[in-house]
Ligand binder design. Structure first.
Ligand code: HAM
Length: 432
C-alpha cells in the first residue's frame, strides 16, 4: 500500500484518460465557438452564500454535498468549492456589469466541480463539467438551440443515441399553488417519509421529488405533477419550446417528474441520458432555464438558460460503447549517438529541432547505441537521428525506423528534411 493516495472520491487522470478528456474539451471549444459562446473562467471557490442563495440552501448539493473550506481566521467569510458553475458565472455576470452588453451574453466554461457525495461508479467528489450559459434571452427559441447544442456535443463525441428528457417546472406565478398541493400530498404520507425528507417537507417540498432515497420512488411516481398545473404563459412557453425542437427534428421524452436538484430552475428543465441508463441517476448532463437567478444574486431581473455535461460520465459511456480514445502521441524522431557520454550533442541537436517546431526527443541516458535505438523503437518514433564521427563534418545519419533505410544528411538540412517527412507521416501509435 502506498503511503498516500488521492482523496476518496477523487482520482488522477492518467495520460490515456486525460487524452480522452482533452478530446472532449477540443470538441466543446470548437462547438461553442461555432454557436457564438465565449469562454469564461471563474474561481474554484466562491463565498458559500453564492451557492446557498443561488443553488438553494435546502438542496442536497448545498445541505449535504458542499465542500466547505476551513476558515483561517475567525472573522474570515465562509468559502466553498464550487459544486456547479452556474451560480459563479451569474455572480460574475452581475459583478462585471454584463447586463450592459448586448444580450444574451453567451458564456462557456469547462472545469472541475466538487460535491461531497457518496462515491460510486460515475459519481465522484471531484468531477468535470462542460458548461454553457445564455443569459438575457427569455426564450423559447434559445431553449431549443441550447438543447440542440448539447446533443451535437454528444454526437460529435461519439454518442449518437442520447435522449432528451424534458419538462417545465413553472414559475413564480404557478409554482406556489403547486407547492401547496404537493405539500398536502406528502403530509398525507408523512409516516412513509425517510427522516431527511420529513425535515424538508415544510422547507422545500420540491426536493422530495428528486430524492435519491429508494423509499421515495413509489410516493414520487404518484405525486401531483407540475406539468398539469402550469399557468398560461408557462404552458405557452413550454409548447413553443417543443415546436422549436420539432422544427429541428429533435425527439424528446416527456418527463413530468423531472424537477432537477437545484432550486434556481424555472420553466424549461431537461436531462440527457444514454438509453437504458435513465433510472440510475446517471444523467450525462442536464440544465434548464433560471429566470430568477440573476435577481436572486443581486442583479436586475434577467432570464437565463444553460446546461452542464458531466465529462466523466461521457468518457465512461464512450468506453462502454468502444469509441476509440485518441492514440498516444509519439516523437517524430529520437536523437541518439554512438558515443554514450556525448549527451550535450544529443541535447543540443534535439533542442534545435524542437525550436524548429518538431516533436523530437533526445536520448539523455548514458548507454550504448543499441539500447538507445531500442528505446526509440519502443517510443514508436519514425526516425532516429544518429550522431557519430560525421558530426565533426556537420553531418548525421538519419535512419527511417519504419522503412529500415538510412542516409547521411547535412545538419543544416535536417530540420527541413524531418519536417517534410512529418507531413507525409501521420502521428499516432498503430497508424504508421
Ligand atoms: P447538474 O445536473 O447538477 O446540473 O450537473 C450536471 C451534470 O454533471 C450531471 O448531469 C452529471 O452528468 C454531472 N455530475 C453531477 N454530479 C456529478 C458527480 N458527483 N460525479 C460525476 N458527474 C456528476 C448543474 O450542475 C447545472 N449547473 C447545469 C446547468 C447549467 N443548469 C443551467 N445551466
Amino acid at each position: 500500500m502506498p503511503t498516500f493516495r488521492a482523496p476518496r472520491g477523487t482520482r488522477d487522470l492518467l495520460p490515456a484518460e486525460r487524452a480522452a478528456f482533452r478530446r472532449l474539451e477540443t470538441i466543446a471549444t470548437d462547438l461553442t465557438e461555432r454557436y457564438g459562446y465565449r469562454e469564461i473562467e471563474t474561481p474554484l471557490l466562491e463565498q458559500t452564500a453564492v451557492f446557498e442563495r443561488g443553488v438553494g440552501a435546502v438542496t442536497d448539493v448545498v445541505e449535504k454535498e458542499l465542500f466547505l473550506l476551513a476558515p483561517r481566521t475567525e472573522e474570515a467569510e465562509s468559502w466553498a468549492l464550487r459544486p456547479e458553475p452556474t451560480a459563479g458565472i451569474v455572480r460574475a455576470y452581475i459583478q462585471h456589469g454584463m447586463q450592459t452588453l448586448p444580450q444574451p451574453v453567451k458564456l462557456t466554461m469547462t472545469g472541475p466541480m466538487f460535491r461531497y457525495d457518496r462515491p460510486q461508479a460515475g459519481r465522484y467528489r471531484q468531477f468535470w463539467q462542460f458548461d454553457v450559459e445564455a443569459i438575457g434571452d427569455a426564450g423559447p427559441a434559445i431553449d431549443a438551440e441550447i438543447i440542440e447544442l448539447a446533443l451535437r456535443f454528444y454526437g460529435e463525441a461519439g454518442l449518437k443515441r442520447v435522449e432528451v428528457h424534458l419538462n417545465s417546472i413553472g414559475d413564480a406565478a404557478c409554482r406556489p399553488a403547486y407547492i401547496e398541493e404537493l405539500t398536502a400530498y406528502f403530509r398525507g404520507h408523512v409516516e412513509e417519509l425517510p427522516q431527511l425528507e420529513r425535515d424538508r417537507l415544510e422547507r422545500n417540498v420540491l426536493r422530495l421529488l428528486d430524492s435519491k432515497d429508494p423509499a421515495m420512488a413509489a410516493l414520487n411516481a404518484a405525486a401531483p405533477r407540475i406539468t398539469d398545473r402550469l399557468c398560461g404563459p408557462c404552458a405557452e412557453h413550454f409548447a413553443a419550446v417543443k415546436t422549436h425542437l420539432d422544427a429541428l427534428g429533435i425527439a424528446h421524452v416527456a418527463e413530468p417528474g423531472l424537477v432537477r436538484g437545484l432550486d434556481y430552475y424555472t420553466r424549461t428543465a431537461f436531462e440527457f441520458y444514454a438509453p437504458g441508463r435513465e433510472g440510475q441517476q446517471q444523467a450525462l448532463g442536464g440544465g434548464g432555464r433560471y429566470d430568477g437567478l440573476v435577481e436572486l444574486l443581486g442583479g436586475r431581473p434577467t432570464p437565463g438558460i444553460g446546461f452542464g455535461v458531466g465529462l466523466d460520465r461521457v468518457v465512461l459511456a464512450l468506453a462502454a460503447e468502444d469509441v476509440a480514445t485518441p492514440p498516444e502521441t509519439r516523437p517524430l524522431a529520437v536523437v541518439v549517438g554512438a558515443d554514450p557520454a556525448a549527451t550535450a550533442d544529443r541535447l543540443r541537436i534535439a533542442t534545435e529541432l524542437r525550436a524548429a517546431g518538431l516533436p523530437v526527443r533526445a536520448e539523455l541516458t548514458v548507454r550504448k547505441l543499441g539500447k538507445q535505438l531500442e528505446s526509440a523503437a519502443r517510443d514508436h518514433a519514425h526516425f532516429a537521428v544518429i550522431l557519430g564521427d560525421e558530426l565533426a563534418g556537420g553531418q548525421v545519419q538519419l535512419r527511417d525506423l519504419e522503412a529500415g533505410s538510412q542516409q547521411l544528411v547535412p545538419l543544416v538540412d535536417l530540420a527541413r528534411k524531418l519536417a517534410a517527412a512529418a507531413k507525409s507521416h501521420r502521428h499516432g501509435v498503430g497508424e504508421g
